[in-house]
Ligand binder design. Structure first.
Ligand SMILES: [Zn+2]
Length: 419
């Protein structure tokens, strides 16, 4: 992430700033990038001296902040089919190359920031972060996770794929150890998941003492706690104990919503709505996940509950961030923006509001001036042919992806489309 002195002027652009208005429409204008930051954004001409800048004509394409996914398993390779054990035991060299391919796929899909949601080999996110930040591999900024952490009574307690904690002291020790290794987003399992019949989504694991200890320890290390929490009581527990990022939150009750509301803009919910929708829509059937299994998992009911819950969260002003367990063959790597389509279709967000969940809502979560086009913000940008503020599905179309800018530099350009 070198500080460069170059200036790049993007002209003839449709600019979608994502600075706040959920009904923002793009305007015709220019963007000036200096080093790794946005220097100026404006309608019409910025009046920049072209002699001192690289001028790039976007020919009417839309420029918006680059996107983020806040629930990412880098360990799931491009050809992943639900076999976590095989990936955990994969030969390290092959696994490392799979990681590199995943990182490149995120970047080329317009995603320059990902938050880890648990890995299958302990250093996956950390290694990837080191190589990407060192300029050795193309990829997004990575907020690294480590191995997931299970409760001794809960999902993952067999210890095959997760670390296991049975009390607050044990959990604190695991959190401290992962943080010392460089992990910034700790992933704890505090509810079940309908896809594992003996651990239904309604279950709650861990307790207030354990979560409070984990939050305190992560905080001490400049890291934060994220949780897999599908049941309402698990969401309420996470909210009242200071967990920063709550994944799924499929079931909500008045307690859970009140606990989230009480946190103000200091807790984020990452639903993974597209994944549920794809499962319920039968998209996993070709890979052996039968309709009967999906019914038995309770996912159809869970999808309805989640859509209703997202409506309540929007009403309560709880920030929602996009992310969605992408990497299964039925929710392939590279289709990350499908999550935003579900927010529009099922939850009723405007396209721009849906885009906010992958841009402006994410900056404060990860402590970066990121995800908005305004002077001083990090210059991570996405250039697309089309009008994402009208039709968010253009973000998922590789042929419309003209360019991706990261840290003020062109990190990916469409080989055929870039001027
Ligand atoms: Zn996940």
């Amino acid at each position: 992430m070198g500080q460069r002195s170059e200036r790049t002027l993007l002209r003839n652009a449709r600019v979608l700033t994502c600075t706040g208005d959920p009904h923002e429409a793009p305007f015709d204008g220019e963007v000036l990038v200096e080093g790794d930051r946005i220097a100026a954004v404006g309608a019409g001409s910025l009046g920049v001296d072209e002699a001192g800048a690289r001028v790039v004509d976007l020919r009417g394409a839309t420029v918006l902040p680059a996107l983020a996914d806040c629930h990412v398993h880098t360990s799931w390779p491009l050809d992943f089919v639900f076999d976590h054990g095989a990936e955990a035991a994969a030969p390290p060299a092959e696994h490392a190359l799979d990681l590199a391919a995943v990182a490149r796929t995120f970047l080329e899909s317009g995603y320059t920031l990902v938050v880890g949601a648990g890995v299958l080999q302990p250093d996956d996110d950390l290694l990837l972060q080191r190589f990407v930040d060192g300029g050795l591999l193309p990829g997004p900024r990575i907020v690294p996770s480590g191995l997931m952490v299970a409760d001794a009574r809960g999902l993952g307690a067999d210890g095959g794929l997760m670390e296991v904690a049975s009390d607050a002291a044990g959990l604190r020790e695991i959190v401290a150890r992962q943080c010392d290794a460089g992990v910034k987003a700790l992933k704890l399992f505090i509810s079940g998941d309908g896809v594992v019949p003996e651990h239904p989504s309604e279950d709650v694991y861990m307790d207030d003492a354990m979560l409070s200890a984990a939050v305190e320890e992560a905080d001490r290390h400049g890291a934060f706690i994220t949780v897999h929490a599908r049941s309402a009581p698990s969401v309420a527990m996470a909210a009242r104990t200071g967990v920063r990022l709550i994944h799924h939150a499929c079931f909500l009750d008045d307690d859970a919503v009140a606990a989230l509301e009480a946190r103000g803009p200091d807790v984020w919910v990452c639903p993974g709505l597209h994944y549920l929708w794809a499962m319920v829509s039968g998209h996993a059937e070709p890979w052996g996940i039968t309709r009967e299994q999906v019914e038995a998992s309770g996912y159809p009911h869970e999808l309805e509950a989640q859509v209703e819950g997202l409506g309540r969260l929007r009403q309560a002003g709880v920030p929602i961030v996009a992310g969605g367990d992408f990497g299964h063959q039925w929710t392939r790597h590279g289709t990350y923006a499908a999550e935003l389509e579900r927010y529009v279709e099922l939850v009723g967000m405007s396209p721009t509001e849906a885009i906010h969940t992958a841009t402006r809502n994410v900056g404060p979560l990860v402590g970066l001036d990121w995800g908005q086009m305004r002077p001083g913000a990090l210059a991570d940008l996405l250039v697309v042919d089309g009008e994402p503020a009208k039709d968010v599905s253009v973000l998922r179309d590789p042929d419309r992806r003209v360019a991706v800018v990261k840290d003020g530099a062109f990190a990916h350009v469409h080989p055929a489309r870039f001027p």
